[in-house]
Design a protein around this ligand. Structure first.
Ligand SMILES: O=C(O)CCC(=O)C(=O)O
Ligand SMILES: [Fe+2]
Length: 218
């Protein structure tokens, strides 16, 4: 018997105009309880129970410039697809958020791509930007955390840096928390953790198609 896919809704973000205002003003926002606990738990269980072959070693760059480099990042990923129930539920919810952001902030976000990420104990992702100014159509990064009972001593924080290299935020990857930031503005890194760390990282993109050729994702 298959269980019905969860119906996910944008719990806080869309209705909380404070969060949208914060994003507009600071260029990033941290929403502690983006998704209800049971939905978050379902996604966590889903990620935990995926078979090993459901994951791939994460790489750096897109298309022709793609390489894997374990000195930079050590997580395993799985791109979400609409033909898997649980994955589709998350994609649909984030599409609602896309429409909401376009309505509120006139961002003209065209689509969304995201992957599950699994950082085994000790894994990290060194300082980086998700997009380079004028060279990418990734506009907004979203990171959603799935880890119940994550404590300070478990490590694995996301550190977000400001323009002068100062620490703006040190974020614990706690279940239900969503972080959104401008992809080409904020340098960030994932510190090594003591536990398995699960998240869903995604990007809202602009359509930079030229001559009817749709810009490839990833
Ligand atoms: O998991 C995180 O906290 C951030 C991941 C990240 O920076 C990325 O995948 O580009
Ligand atoms: Fe990143």
């Amino acid at each position: 018997m298959t269980t019905a896919p969860p119906v996910l809704t944008v719990a806080d973000f869309a209705t909380e105009s404070i969060a949208v205002d914060q994003l507009a003003q600071a260029g990033y926002v941290i929403v502690p309880n983006f998704l209800a606990r049971e939905h978050c738990q379902q996604l966590y269980d889903y990620a935990l129970n995926l078979p090993a072959q459901g994951w791939q070693q994460a790489g750096i760059g897109r298309a022709d410039n793609y390489t894997t480099n374990s000195a930079v990042r050590q997580d395993k990923i799985r791109w979400l697809r609409a033909d898997y129930h649980y994955e589709n539920a998350y994609l649909r919810m984030m599409d609602q958020l896309r429409l909401e952001l376009n309505r509120e902030l006139f961002m003209g976000l065209f689509d969304y791509e995201c992957h599950l990420a699994h950082y085994p104990p000790g894994a990290f992702y060194r300082k980086h930007l998700d997009a380079f100014k004028g060279r990418s159509n990734r506009i907004l990064t979203t990171v959603f955390y799935l880890n119940p009972d994550w404590q300070e001593q478990d490590g694995g924080q996301l550190v977000i840096y400001g323009e002068r290299g100062e620490v703006l935020e040190t974020v614990l990857p706690e279940a239900g928390k969503l972080v959104v930031f401008l992809s080409d503005v904020f340098v960030h890194e994932v510190l090594p953790g003591a536990r398995d760390r699960f998240s869903i990282t995604g990007w809202y993109r602009l359509n930079t198609s030229i001559g009817g050729v749709v810009d490839p994702t990833r």
